[in-house]
Design a protein around this ligand. Structure first.
Ligand code: NAP
Length: 306
């Protein structure tokens, strides 16, 4: 039987470890603070932001949600970010993506002070990641390494294949795996014979946003498979096909009207992998946990600097 890598459990452990750190900061008079900027009314973004604020509340981290109107201009949003950069009570600033089309997202992300960039997206922090210097790491990639390390899955000397080269997942997770001494291959939509490349992986990370694309033929028997994908399926026939007619899955679909699947085929991975992350309950819970880690670490730096 393969091991199921339980992201909810690791998230809970991380939260337990953070609580005394938050308490120590509060006792010093510098409680951690996070500002989340959510422009407009994107339903998915609203759920993410609500979950981030809730995680702060659970841990006793001060949080502030700022919701400018959808028609805000780049200049107005830049002014808001500047104001947040100057606030001594905030250790982290998170601008929820995507931003509306009239806003220059790159200029906004560049404007966030690197010291408060708890998403790890600022080019200064990307540079620190590449150089192996301390700094906030992108949350989902950092969560993946945390999960592997806590499950005591060896990375050093292993062959890792990352499918996807985005700035928020693929590239940073590849760099983190490299720092952990894996031999890393990054694949993307132009990679020829992807199944053969993936079959070389001891650790396979799927981050493409393509529902259940990684089937059994991509997976080396016994490999560790990390599924970053979160794809909502709202077609009953598709759910029946993917889950081979499972009555439980179809009943759950009928109740909710949709089913969440990753980028990895949920049944094939259970048959071939040695260990894998489920969807939901694998990588997803770790993203917010690592955001909390980055916010607390930023507050600790502020408390040390004074
Ligand atoms: P993205 O920016 O859309 O990037 C997708 C990447 O996958 C691109 O590099 C693309 O290649 C590659 N790709 C697409 N189709 C492919 C194919 N058929 N074969 C090989 N490569 C292919 O996506 P992202 O933001 O990294 O997110 C990826 C997935 O992770 C999404 O499902 C997203 O919802 C999920 N996600 C989950 C979390 C979490 O907390 N669980 C966090 C972030 C993202 P090209 O570069 O050649 O186009």
């Amino acid at each position: 039987m393969p091991r199921i890598l339980d992201g909810n459990r690791v998230r809970d452990d991380i939260k337990i470890e953070l609580k005394p750190r938050v308490a120590a900061l509060a006792a010093k008079g510098c409680p951690p603070g996070l500002a989340v900027v959510l422009v407009g009314h994107n339903p998915a973004s609203e759920i993410y932001v609500r979950n981030k604020i809730k995680a702060c509340q659970d841990l006793g981290i001060y949080s502030e949600s700022i919701t400018p109107p959808v028609f805000i201009s780049t200049e107005e949003l830049l002014a808001l970010v500047e104001q947040l950069n100057g606030r001594a009570d905030l250790d982290g600033i998170l601008v929820q993506l995507p931003l509306p089309p009239q806003v220059d997202s790159k200029r906004i992300l560049l404007a966030v002070s690197p010291a408060k960039d708890v998403d790890g997206f600022h080019p200064c922090n990307v540079g620190r990641l590449v150089a192996g210097l301390p700094g906030p790491r992108a949350c989902t990639p950092a969560g993946i390494i945390e999960l592997l390390n806590r499950a005591e899955i060896a990375i050093s000397g292993k062959r890792a294949v990352v499918v996807g080269r985005s700035d928020i997942v693929g590239k940073p997770v590849a760099m983190l795996l490299l720092h952990e001494h894996a031999t890393v291959t990054i694949c993307h939509s132009k990679t020829p014979d992807l199944p053969a490349v993936c079959r070389q992986a001891d650790i396979l990370v799927a981050a493409m946003g393509r529902a259940a694309m990684i089937t059994g033929e991509f997976i080396k028997p016994g490999a560790t498979v990390i599924d970053v994908g979160t794809n909502r399926i709202d077609c009953r026939e598709e759910v029946a096909r993917l889950f081979r007619g499972s009555p439980e899955k179809l009943a759950a679909f009928d109740k909710k009207g949709s089913t969440l699947v990753g980028d990895v085929h949920p049944l094939d991975v259970a048959e071939k992998a040695g260990a894998y992350t489920p969807v939901p309950g694998g990588v997803g819970p770790l993203t917010i946990a690592m955001l909390m880690v980055n916010t607390v670490a930023s507050a600790e730096r502020r408390a040390t600097v004074g």
